[in-house]
Design a protein around this ligand. Structure first.
Ligand SMILES: Nc1ncnc2c1ncn2[C@@H]1O[C@H](COP(=O)(O)OP(=O)(O)O)[C@@H](O)[C@H]1O
Ligand SMILES: [Mg+2]
Length: 252
């Protein structure tokens, strides 16, 4: 398998002098094309920092990160921003949407910012994604007139607008009830099965149970990992048990 992201000896230090602390303490990690990797660990163990480091959202202090064959640190800021916008997608616990735009326009926004692309074509792509994610009909809604689950679906649409090769998701189900979380996970699994790699941070064993691999973090390191057979819909309980056992072994 070719790797899409390779992180080598990543160190991330925040602060200066006596305040200095390592959020990441020498991390080696590789994500294969199309792979689904979950990241679990205690609060403050470096999960979000790792996601930011691997996606080039944040500069690292030591080590390096490659996207395919491209070293992120070697790119100018605009080239890095282009790479992030066109080849990566991001989903957060709560999608930040502009309140003065309707759902459709919010979904299109990052793609429209490209400037050189055809707006009608983008609108048609956005509408198609809204159908796929089950929120067709909400195009004209205000972002305050939809449920948390619908808003997260819109966030997923927005992340998929440029057909990314990898989706980074930081606790995407963290603010949702368990039924809605399950629906969002079904959607993410379908996206992954269509070929998009996923790196997803979660506290929920049942969410991580869909992954090919679970990485457990502690004090800025990856303390252990768990490999699961490729998920094909069934077996969620047994997979969840394995994840829980992995968490216990990692002291989470
Ligand atoms: N911008 C920042 N400035 C200073 N310290 C930070 C910053 N972001 C994160 N940290 C620290 O880095 C460590 C890892 O944080 P984070 O990656 O957010 O953990 P997690 O996502 O696992 O909860 C924590 O100790 C946190 O306090
Ligand atoms: Mg976090």
């Amino acid at each position: 398998m070719r790797s899409i992201i390779t992180g080598t000896h990543i160190v991330k230090t925040y602060g200066k002098g006596a305040e200095q602390a390592n959020a990441l303490n020498g991390i080696d990690v590789e994500i294969a094309e199309g792979e689904f990797v979950a990241v679990m660990g205690p609060s403050g163990s470096g999960k979000t920092t790792l996601l930011f480091a691997l996606s080039g959202m944040d500069e690292i202090t030591e080590g390096n990160v490659r996207f395919g064959d491209t070293e992120l640190a070697g790119l100018r800021e605009t080239a890095l921003a282009d790479l992030r916008r066109t080849r990566m997608g991001f989903i957060f616990q709560q999608p930040t949407m502009l309140r003065n735009l309707n759902l459709l326009d919010n979904i299109m926004l990052p793609a429209v910012q490209d400037g050189k692309r055809n707006t009608a074509e983008l609108a048609s792509k956005a509408r198609q994604l809204m159908i796929q994610t089950g929120i067709a009909g909400l195009e004209d809604r205000d972002t305050t007139e939809v449920s948390g689950g619908q808003l997260q679906r819109a966030g997923i649409c927005r992340a998929l607008m440029n057909t990314p090769e990898i989706l980074f998701a930081d606790e995407p189900t963290g603010a949702l009830n368990s039924k809605t979380a399950e629906e969002i996970m079904e959607l993410l699994v379908a996206i992954n099965q269509a070929g998009t790699a996923i790196m997803l941070v979660t506290h929920d064993a049942r969410v991580a149970a869909r992954a090919d691999r679970v990485l457990f973090t502690g004090d800025g390191k990856i303390v252990s990992g768990l490999t699961l057979p490729r998920f094909s819909g069934g077996d969620l309980e047994a997979r969840g048990e394995k994840v829980l056992a992995g968490m216990a072994a990692a002291g989470i």
